[in-house]
Design a protein around this ligand. Structure first.
Ligand code: CMP
Length: 137
């Protein structure tokens, strides 16, 4: 079993789509081992996305991620990292396949409804950024 880190981003949360996204997560067979609603500060968003700090969209990305509440989750499944990325679809909702979360709930490359870790090392950092070990029992 593998764990990955996932976010229901501020756009999807504000639009009232958190419940629908959770329904899809359970329907696909993930175990939700951690879940909380949080409201990131700009500094917390910058710390989370520090790997993108040199990118031209960094300010836009961290402004957006600190613009409203979101839901952070630890998801467990076999091949959870790849399985969650498949369910999310491509980063840009315009390129995401039919039936994926970003296609259904995302509106732009920035406001793309969900986030997911892209590798085991990233998942370890991202899970640890938001959850203590005790919260994932
Ligand atoms: P996410 O999976 O959260 O990881 C980094 C995020 O940066 C990505 O989703 C996009 O929402 C965002 N992103 C990537 N490219 C751009 C871009 N060109 N403009 C704005 N945001 C972007």
């Amino acid at each position: 079993m593998e764990k990955t880190f996932a976010i229901i981003k501020p756009d999807a949360f504000a639009a009232g789509n958190a419940g629908k996204i959770l329904d899809r997560i359970y329907a696909e067979g993930f175990k939700v081992v951690g879940l909380k609603k949080i409201y990131l500060s700009k500094v917390e968003a910058e710390g989370f996305y520090y790997v993108h700090k040199e990118r031209p969209f960094f300010a836009e990305l961290t402004d957006f991620m600190s613009s409203g509440p979101c839901v952070v989750m630890a998801l467990e499944a076999e091949n959870a990292i790849m399985k969650w990325r498949d369910l999310m679809g491509a980063t840009n909702p315009a390129d995401a396949a039919e039936g994926t979360l970003r296609r259904e709930f995302g509106t732009s490359i920035g406001e793309n409804a969900t986030h997911g870790s892209d590798a085991p090392e990233t998942a370890a950092f991202e899970l640890g950024y938001f959850f203590s070990g005790m919260e994932l029992l």
